[in-house]
Ligand binder design. Structure first.
Ligand SMILES: [Mn+2]
Length: 243
């Protein structure tokens, strides 16, 4: 199991500066000496170069960084003519209309438009704040809301496992803001009524048993905005569940 640090907030549109420090804080909190840890070369003056380096990287668990890193990580993960899926835990769908370089607000749309991701192989859990331009995009995408997790987590677990087990491989992306703000005060956007940390840990503990889960990322943890280290501690819990 190789962990890779992606210390960049270049794709956060200036809205989550500090999240480039997330991976170091999370690993520090986890405090395990037997981990294999690598780091992607970041050029803070050139996001395209950073993204190329991310795309070339090999590894199992990637620690951001902002959510735009998933664009290049998923590109590097996807191989032509293979069937693969993407599972995203996030308060936001990140499928806004994009302008130029990929950002943490639009990377999913870009992956779909470029033919790298098929919408029907994508599932969101926890989305609760979408922009106007995102509603149309989401119409034919499978989404599981927070209420459904609260009400019947067993059913959600079954649904996710049945959906993702059919792929040759799949990718799991976790934006920390899928959690309720009381579990993640240190992130870019706080969206009320999110998942409980126990719910998230439970779901990922079941999902990770699937052998075709081949790549994971955990993003948008911002130690500079954190309160009493709550976000970093919860991110370390999530990481330790994934190891
Ligand atoms: Mn988000």
């Amino acid at each position: 199991m190789k962990i890779v640090k992606v210390c960049s907030s270049q794709g956060s549109l200036g809205k989550n500066p500090g999240c480039e420090k997330g991976s170091d804080f999370i690993l520090n909190e986890l405090n395990k000496s037997d981990l294999i840890i690598d780091e992607i070369k970041v050029n803070i003056n050139n996001i395209d170069e950073t993204n190329k380096n991310i795309e070339k990287a090999s590894g199992d668990i990637f620690l951001g960084g902002d959510h735009s890193i998933t664009y290049s990580l998923f590109k590097g993960f996807a191989k032509k003519n293979e069937n693969y899926g993407l599972l995203i835990f996030d308060a936001h769908p990140d499928c806004a209309l994009y302008i130029k370089s990929v950002s943490h607000e639009d990377f999913v749309r870009k992956l779909v438009d470029e033919g790298i991701l098929d919408k029907k192989n994508l599932v969101y859990v926890g989305v609760r704040k979408s922009g106007k331009s995102e509603v149309e995009f989401l119409r034919d995408v499978k989404t599981i809301d927070v209420k459904k997790v609260h009400e019947n987590i067993e059913k959600v677990k079954e649904e996710l496992i049945n959906f993702f087990k059919k792929f040759k491989k799949f990718y799991l992306s976790i934006d920390i803001d899928v959690l309720d703000p009381k579990f993640c005060p240190g992130t870019g956007y706080l969206e009320p009524n999110g998942l409980d940390i126990k719910e998230l840990i439970y779901l990922i503990s079941k999902i990770k048993r699937l052998k075709n889960l081949k790549r994971i990322d955990l993003v948008e943890v911002n130690p500079l905005k954190d309160i009493d280290n709550i976000t970093v501690k919860n991110a370390a819990k999530i990481l330790s569940e994934l190891l």
